[in-house]
Design a protein. Structure first.
Length: 91
């Protein structure tokens, strides 16, 4: 499996960092590092997340990383990280 980040997912990381930094810069950095590292498990266990049927026939799944939801899509041998947000955000 290969892992790729979409531009929206990378923008989400930057947005979350910018939001958290004024409160606690070190905590913001730790949060972003944790979120950036989480998809590594997709390489060995791509179907670990809950499948989201509303995206059928696409194979879009989600996992929770702490209080953050991460959505990703499996296409053949590539896993795309699609979006990341805090579970308290209205999405």
């Amino acid at each position: 499996m290969e892992l790729k980040w979409t531009s929206k997912a990378l923008s989400d990381l930057a947005r979350l960092y910018d939001f958290l930094t004024p409160v606690d810069q070190r905590a913001a950095a730790r949060t972003v590092q944790t979120l950036a590292a989480a998809p590594a498990k997709f390489l060995t266990h791509p179907r670990i997340g809950e499948r989201l049927d509303e995206f059928d026939p696409r194979e879009v799944r989600r996992i929770l990383v702490g209080h953050y939801e991460m959505r990703y899509e499996i296409q053949q041998s590539i896993v795309y990280v699609l979006r990341i947000w805090h579970t308290r955000e209205k999405r």
